[in-house]
Design a protein around this ligand. Sequence first.
Ligand code: HEM
Length: 274
Amino acid sequence: MGLRAAMGCSSLPSSRALWLTTAVVAALAAAAGAQAQLSLSPGFYDATCPGLQPIVRRVVARAVRMEPRMGASLLRLFFHDCFVNLGGPRWTVPLGRRDARNTSAGAANANLPPPDASLPTLLSMFGAKGLDARDLTALSGAHTVGRARCVVFRSHIYNDTATNATFAAELRGTVCPYTGGDANLAPLKPEAPDTFDNGYFRDLITRRVLLRSDQALYDGGNGTTDALVRAYAANGTAFAADFAAAMVRMGNLGPPAGSAAAAAEVRLNCRRVN
Ligand code: HEM
């Protein structure tokens, strides 16, 4: 089952289905019973764990019901995993993504864009992974769900002029004082923060987003990302299609080839290396 197929899941509301799917894709990588192999395939778990997809779907749906932010956390985890454990062969289909056997704070810092990233930085960091402006803009739409801490958006709401003044003042007065309150949370999208839709792009146009790296996609000019933001704001279907395609491309970023590839594996227990 690919991402698009799962997006068509009829038993869940579409917003839930989309990020549940992401969760499924991420969770599959940690599921039991599969042999490590280099190519991904929709039937990766057919022989070793035929009931895997309904099981993962059920477990993740329950987790999201209990804590809606869980979907956002899994979505973010997928991004971080794909961007940090990079390079190597391109995989054509989404299931069977392997886990690295070690972690590296240095690699995470070097690969993940910071929240104050400018557009050129974002384009170059995504470009380094073979992802273009369309992928960047669509994938940033993941910020239609979830929360961020005051410490990562303070600078944007205190120092940047490219913010909606009322929006920034409200955040300053409620959740994000100039000092302290670093861990206080605000929704990345003020309205319906647990609903996966294209509202994030409308918020970019009205300059009501938390991160400087978000607003960097839209300055009201004629750039490529400005045009994409306008297109996605007007057309949720186009956003969903591009987001799904970009997620597949991002999921195909693999562990490096060669000796390091041997160090990647599908974990038997997601909490520890095999
Ligand atoms: C374009 C560059 C990106 C930057 C600079 C960025 C940065 C951030 C930051 C700073 C937060 C808040 C973290 C915190 O306060 O603890 C966040 C949250 C989040 N990010 Fe991103 N992000 C980027 C792209 C992405 C992508 C590509 C995805 C997924 C496809 C993603 C998914 C999320 C989600 C879902 C959350 C909310 C998590 C939660 O509520 O637990 N982000 N991001």
